[in-house]
Ligand binder design. Structure first.
Ligand code: URA
Length: 237
């Protein structure tokens, strides 16, 4: 694997920034400063950045159906259940691509490829993320119109979001809405609905780019195929 790709996979920096690190003399291979930007890392090489060893494994990619009540991180200081607990057979150092809240269920990608993660989570890439939200209150087209115009949230204008009202229940005074967004700010969907006076009671992510949870029960995972990975990278322009 080429050195800049190795550093990017290890999550050190993007490929371009990794080249800058090499040019600034901070990268050593087997204790010797590296100058060759095209260096191919071999098994057994010790790669260090500013004296700290950097490991890069074969990249792996998983699709996970996260249940509610599970934390989107690989460890928790309070010993609560994390997504990592659901993939015990996976030996690589994987972590989630972005986050889902503790009480949000649905589609989560896990990988050890830092470069891939950066591309998926970079705001300019605009990968569709589709959520289904159960909200308190009756959703109407008029009420949700600000979503399609680009809602202003905490001083920032969001890109226009598509929505579709799946169900409204007048007796229970609640609604189910499907919402497609492109950004991935913390608690974004909950904040968007709250801004319109429709607090989210239940949230699930049902699609991410080309991926859905079809055939994958809650709590289960599967490897992504090469085709799915390359489609995601194409979507991330
Ligand atoms: N938006 C939220 O509010 N929560 C999530 O978990 C994901 C998106």
């Amino acid at each position: 694997m080429r050195i800049n790709q190795y550093l990017a996979h290890a999550g050190v920096a993007s490929r371009r920034k990794s080249e800058e690190l090499i040019q600034s003399g901070k990268v050593t291979v087997n204790q010797k400063p590296l100058t060759d930007l095209a260096y191919q890392v071999k098994t057994g090489d010790t790669v260090e950045v500013s004296g700290v060893a950097v490991y890069s494994e074969e990249p792996v990619y998983y699709l996970f159906h996260k249940p509610r009540g599970v934390i989107s991180s690989v460890s928790d200081e309070k010993n609560r259940e994390t997504v990592r607990d659901y993939l015990p057979e996976v030996k690589e150092r994987i972590y989630p691509v972005g986050r889902l809240d503790w009480d949000t269920s649905g589609l989560l990608i896990l990988t050890n490829d830092g470069d891939f993660t950066n591309r998926m989570t970079h705001p300019k890439h605009e990968i569709d993320k589709v959520y289904v939200a159960k909200v308190d209150g009756l959703a109407t087209k008029e009420k949700l119109r600000p979503f399609s115009q680009g809602l202003r949230l905490e001083g920032r204008k969001l890109s226009p979001a598509h929505y579709s009202i799946l169900k409204t229940d007048k007796t229970k005074n609640n609604s189910v809405v499907e919402l497609t967004i492109h950004e991935g700010q913390n608690h974004q969907v909950k904040k968007m609905f709250a801004a319109l006076g429709l607090p989210v009671k239940k949230l699930s992510r049902v699609r991410y780019g080309n991926l859905t949870l079809e055939g994958l029960p809650s709590g289960r995972y599967r490897r992504l195929s090469k085709k799915e990975i390359s489609q995601l990278l194409t979507l991330a322009k």
